[in-house]
Ligand binder design. Structure first.
Ligand code: SF4
Length: 252
């Protein structure tokens, strides 16, 4: 099999988090991504139910400003559309956004949602970008169902990626990523933190070390503590079938 971990490869946010979870999960994901026809729309129909559910929720959050933004900006109190009323987390999010609007009527509306970025070594899609003042500062926001130990790393990945691309012609009002936030829609909780140049520099060094490890086949090992029931790993079945003594067959 063709060697997959050659130099110059681009890491997506999903691949980065997969590596933090388990290097072998990263390897399987990277291999499958490489084999996919990138010109086709991704097919999620065979995803597990909880993943499909998460995708639907993300889509609703993505469309939220289209569906309810004008009414909020007109200082009305929108009522959820009929099918949305059945899910209490949607009401929580609407209330949360109305409250946020009242705190900052000028910069409340995001300047981008689901914003795809790519540079020479990283790529990913940021759930939301908010301008936070007229000095060029912005905040990146991710939507997650519940907290995960890698949430901070994920936000820093995006902050680092966006910073590397600024200034961006189509986002002329922002010049610096200075905050990052995460909204947990299952719990209606929001956390926000400041980002400094020191934090981003330190993350960049860390990321480069991880990239070097990713390109070293000897670092691609299964997570020792994994018992193959780890729900977030989509590769449980294939992983069980690949014995580590078959490394040469899979090109490691
Ligand atoms: S099943 Fe466990 S060991 Fe195998 S790739 Fe997934 S997380 Fe890693």
């Amino acid at each position: 099999m063709k060697k997959l971990l050659e130099k110059g490869f681009i890491i997506s946010k999903t691949e980065f988090i997969a590596y933090l979870e388990c290097p072998f999960q990263f390897y399987l994901l990277k291999s499958l991504n490489k084999a996919k026809d990138q010109s086709k729309e991704p097919d999620y129909s065979n995803y597990e139910k909880f993943l499909q559910d998460g995708l639907k929720k993300h889509l609703w959050l993505q469309k939220f400003y289209e569906n309810y933004g004008t009414e909020i900006l007109n200082n009305n109190h929108p009522v959820l559309k009929e099918p949305d009323k059945k899910e209490s987390w949607k009401q929580d999010f609407l209330d949360f956004e109305i409250k946020r609007y009242k705190q900052d009527t000028i910069f409340w509306k995001p300047i981008e949602v689901e914003y795809y970025l790519r540079n020479d070594s990283l790529c990913g899609k940021i759930d939301r970008i908010d301008q936070i003042d007229d000095q060029g500062n912005c905040r990146i926001v991710e939507y997650k169902s519940s907290p995960n130990m890698h949430d901070e790393a994920e936000l820093l990945f995006y902050a680092f990626l966006l910073t590397s691309q600024l200034p961006i012609q189509e986002l002329p009002t922002i010049s610096k990523v200075s905050e990052m936030g995460v909204y947990y829609y299952k719990h209606n909780e929001y956390y926000n933190t400041q980002i400094t140049n020191e934090i981003l520099t330190s993350f960049g060094i860390n990321l480069e070390e991880i990239r070097v490890k990713m390109m070293n086949p000897r670092s691609i090992k299964k997570n020792r503590d994994c018992d193959y029931t780890f729900k977030n790993c989509l590769y449980r079945e294939i992983c069980q079938r690949i014995q580590i003594n078959c490394q040469k067959i899979i090109g490691l």
